[in-house]
Design a protein around this ligand. Structure first.
Ligand SMILES: Cc1cc2nc3c(=O)[nH]c(=O)nc-3n(C[C@H](O)[C@H](O)[C@H](O)COP(=O)(O)OP(=O)(O)OC[C@H]3O[C@@H](n4cnc5c(N)ncnc54)[C@H](O)[C@@H]3O)c2cc1C
Length: 368
């Protein structure tokens, strides 16, 4: 086989194909925009078709649940957890239920060089590093294979990630009895930005400050939690003692829109039928529908998508205040439950200019 996919819009980079290949003939390699794509080493490929058979963008139904989810508003009972979470702390409560039973939690964290990677957490301190949205596509590495090994070793596993990563995991694991101890929780996902531009941005901050970045945080609660403030509050710290705020990466992501992965524009996961047991996100608009629920520290929406999701939700309710809500509220507020992201018409101009003139040039245009 020459390729797993034909057009970039048809590959989300979930890495299920890389993980399933019995010949290890697939490597995930960055393209000129820094997004990972599978490359087949033809001399090792035996044309077995395992890669395309698990691809969630090829498989009909994309491993989705068929029923209608139950929708809940939820908020963690602890204000300190709310402060350290992006939304209403749903992830902490869900992961707590798994850690309590000596299970394993997977999610996205910053590594030593502040690249975003999926990692495994057995302890609370490790889990805490998975908290807070990182607006950069995470490198899955060998996460799916590690999860399988954990399940085979008898662990209960919680995987958290974007909807395409969740679907990739379902494809990779298949329908074996291993799935009995696997819980999958995805996010409602706006779209995912380029790891290459993230690297450029970090280098820019280091050049400007003359220090080494030691800390970064999207969606800090410096401002009250609200949709309007959701593109504010990116904080960073350097080893020369600076603690500052900057919004240029947000601008590239949300306003310019050019740094989004091409496949996000054809996302198969922008509806209520999820390839997960639970889905978590911000409960935008709760102040209109039920003002008493609004909390300046954050509020979550939780979609309970499956019987297993309901079971896990029950186990984490002691940490949360919750209420069943009409589906129409989240549907009205969350575009990504209705349609994929639109790529800007001038997306190619951004990348041409970046490749010709460099990052300082494209970022400089934001402030002109
Ligand atoms: C790229 C991205 C786009 C999003 N788009 C929307 C949106 O359009 N609407 C909306 O309401 N919510 C969106 N969210 C979800 C929202 O920002 C919160 O992550 C979610 O509500 C969980 O918050 P929390 O307080 O429960 O958990 P937190 O404690 O903040 O936990 C964050 C969770 O997100 C996971 N995560 C963080 N970064 C990544 C990443 N790069 N890739 C995969 N998983 C990651 C972690 O593993 C963890 O499970 C998005 C999140 C991301 C990462």
């Amino acid at each position: 086989m020459k390729a797993v996919y034909h057009k970039k819009e048809d590959c989300s980079g979930c890495s299920a194909c890389y993980s399933i290949c019995p010949q290890q003939a697939i490597a995930m390699k960055p393209d000129e925009e820094g997004f990972l794509y599978p490359e087949i080493e033809e001399e090792y490929c035996v044309d077995c078709g395992a890669c395309t058979a698990v691809c969630p963008l090829i498989v009909d139904g994309s491993y989705k649940e068929t029923g209608t989810p139950d929708f809940y508003v939820a908020r963690h009972k602890s204000p300190s957890v709310l402060r350290e979470s992006t939304s209403g702390g749903a992830f902490t409560a869900i992961s707590e239920a798994v850690l309590r039973e000596n299970g394993v939690v997977y999610g996205a964290e910053y590594d030593e060089t502040l690249r975003v990677r999926h990692r495994r957490a057995l302890k609370r301190e490790q889990r805490d590093r998975l908290r807070i949205s990182k607006y950069v596509q995470s490198d899955m590495g060998d996460t799916y294979a590690q999860i399988k090994a954990d399940l085979q070793a008898g662990f209960t596993v919680l995987f958290t990630g974007t909807p395409c990563q969740a679907a990739g995991l379902r494809g990779y694991i298949g329908n074996s009895s291993l799935t009995d101890s696997l819980y999958i929780c995805d996010l409602i996902c706006h779209s995912i930005p380029s790891p290459l531009i993230w690297e450029e941005y970090k280098r820019l901050l280091e050049r400007e400050t003359g220090g080494k970045l030691v800390r970064v945080q999207f969606r800090s609660k410096k401002y009250v939690w609200s949709r309007e403030n959701s593109n504010k509050g990116f904080l960073y710290g350097t080893d020369n003692g600076l603690e500052q705020e900057d919004d240029r990466f947000y601008q590239l992501f949300f306003a310019v829109g050019a740094i989004t992965r091409p496949s996000c524009s054809k996302c198969r996961f922008t509806d209520i039928h999820r390839a997960s047991d639970l889905t978590i996100a911000d409960y935008w608009g709760i102040e209109k529908y039920s003002p008493d629920w609004y909390d300046p520290l954050g509020v979550s929406v939780i979609l309970v998508n499956s019987a297993k999701g309901a079971e896990l939700f029950e186990q984490c309710r002691q940490e949360l205040v919750t209420e069943n809500r009409p589906m129409e509220e989240a549907l009205a507020e969350q575009r990504r439950l209705r349609e994929p992201a639109e790529l800007p018409e001038n997306r190619d101009v951004f990348w041409d200019e970046y490749h010709k003139f460099g990052f300082d040039y494209v970022i400089g245009k934001l402030t002109k």
